[in-house]
Design a protein around this ligand. Structure first.
Ligand code: ADP
Ligand code: MG
Length: 235
């Protein structure tokens, strides 16, 4: 579909013999902010891995910008305007902050986001530009991971548990950043276990269980919605 940035239809994905996604379908439209929630181990990260070709797509379809990816490769996503902020941040240890940012531009597109634009969004990264990326605090490393993804000038960013292990004050800062990035027109698929972040950032949610989407609906920044979302991730 033309007005869809990312579409997965009936996707079955595997790691070797392990069958992890069982007919998963989801869509993200341009500029949309979608929360993807679910307990540990349901396959949230595997959704990203399948788009990147790191888990094997054996049945179903993945399309980016209306074009099917029958055999996804890691570089396809960036070239087609989809950037990833991976779980655990994956900052490259022997590169500086600035070098990590420049890495994000490789294979990406030209646009608003340049090193100076990222430094304006995250002044702390400018101060620490020549520090090894892994010498930063957890929150600063997450900002670097977001900045690195923006450097590809994506239409859609896939964020995999970006607030995992971070202090509430940092989570608040990231919520503002995600909303600022979305306000620029970039779509977000936010994988999260922190439902208060989901209600602050997302406009729609998808809940996963056992490798498929089992519920979806609108998100409102309200106590009731927070409780509804939390009910989906109770262990
Ligand atoms: N590289 C891998 N090889 C084999 N199994 C994996 C691999 N990565 C994840 N899994 C399994 O796939 C399932 C889904 O994992 P994952 O997508 O990481 O879940 P989530 O991100 O929702 O916590 C889990 O049972 C996990 O053990
Ligand atoms: Mg995960």
């Amino acid at each position: 579909m033309k007005d869809t940035l990312l579409e997965l239809s009936g996707v079955h994905a595997f790691y070797g013999a392990a069958h992890v996604l069982h007919g998963l379908s989801l869509r993200v439209a341009p500029g949309e902010r979608v929360g993807l929630i679910g307990r540990n181990g349901v396959g949230k990260t595997t959704v990203i891995n399948t788009i990147l070709g790191l888990a094997q797509l054996r049945k179903g379809e993945i399309a980016i910008g209306g074009r099917a990816l029958p055999r996804p490769r890691t570089y396809d996503a960036a070239q087609r305007g989809v950037a990833v902020v991976p779980q655990g941040r994956r900052i490259v240890a022997n590169l500086s902050v600035e070098e990590n940012l420049l890495l994000g531009a490789v294979g990406g597109r030209k646009g608003h986001w340049t090193v100076p634009a990222i430094y304006k969004l995250f002044p702390i990264l400018k101060e620490r530009a020549h520090t090894p990326g892994t010498a930063l605090s957890g929150g600063q490393q997450q900002m670097l991971a977001v900045g690195r993804a923006l450097m590809a000038n994506p239409s859609l960013i896939l964020l995999d548990e970006p607030t995992e292990g971070l202090a509430p004050v940092i989570v608040d800062q990231l919520a503002d950043i995600f909303n600022a990035v979305a306000a620029q027109g970039t779509a977000l698929l936010l994988i999260e276990q922190n439902m208060s972040l989901v209600v602050r950032v997302a406009e729609r949610y998808l809940a996963m269980a056992k490798g498929a989407v089992i519920a979806e609906g609108p998100v409102a920044n309200s106590r009731q919605c927070l409780a509804d979302l939390e009910a989906h991730i109770v262990v």
